[in-house]
Design a protein around this ligand. Structure first.
Ligand code: ATP
Length: 196
């Protein structure tokens, strides 16, 4: 069986970049965000449940989810957010567990997930990797990607803190300098994971 790795980090820290580098080294990577979109795709069972719970205001005319409308509701109302998570997260977890098993010959299976500090989720992995970068670097990288500073700070406030992520981390990858340094850090991480 493959080593099960949970990979997380706050927005803009470089989690997706690390996932990509691990995939290039042969890891089987499962993307939680992609699964979260799939469980709410047209025709998916969770979509019907969300439509029922939140009503027509979160549905677009073509029967798809109005993601912006839903995001606005859950962003400003924690109880709505909890309700949405109760409807979707169990389905995401189920699909993720199934896909992690489909690692073929890969020696490492990585679950790339923004929310990993909640519940007993960290216990599901042999190793939890947290990607960190200084706030300033995160904000400027996100700005480079078109995310405004205020929006980035708002989203960070809604995520776990660095301290909360550190509390569940087995390995911290620091991404405070150049992309080349991150490549070196991922090479070391890969060696650590594969015992090479
Ligand atoms: P999100 O959670 O929003 O997806 P993330 O933590 O996955 O963010 P990435 O998408 O990997 O972060 O990185 C954010 C941006 O910063 C990307 O545009 C990426 O190319 C860039 N970036 C990552 N690491 C570095 C670095 N060391 N130096 C400069 N830019 C970087």
């Amino acid at each position: 069986r493959a080593l099960r790795v949970g990979l997380t980090g706050g927005i803009g820290a470089g989690k997706s970049t690390v996932a990509r580098l691990l995939r290039a080294r042969g890891a089987h990577v499962v993307d939680a965000d992609a699964i979260a979109r799939e469980v709410l795709a047209p025709g998916a069972p969770a979509l019907a449940a969300v439509a029922e719970a939140f009503g027509p205001r979160v549905m677009a005319a073509d029967g798809a989810l109005d993601r912006a409308a839903l995001a606005e509701i859950v962003f400003s109302d924690p109880s709505s957010r909890a309700r949405l998570e109760a409807l979707t997260l169990p389905r995401v977890a189920e699909a993720a567990a199934e896909r992690m098993e489909r690692h073929g010959r890969a020696r490492v299976a990585v679950y790339d997930v923004p929310l990993l500090t909640e519940g007993a989720m960290a216990d599901l992995f042999d190793c939890v990797v947290v990607v960190e970068a200084p706030l300033k670097a995160r904000l400027s990288r996100l700005a480079g990607r078109g995310t405004a500073r205020t929006q980035a700070l708002e989203r960070m406030a809604n995520q776990a803190s660095d301290a909360q992520r550190r509390a569940v981390a087995d390995v911290v990858v620091s991404n405070g300098s150049s992309p080349a340094d991150l490549v070196d850090a991922v090479d070391r991480l890969w060696e650590h994971l594969t015992g090479g």
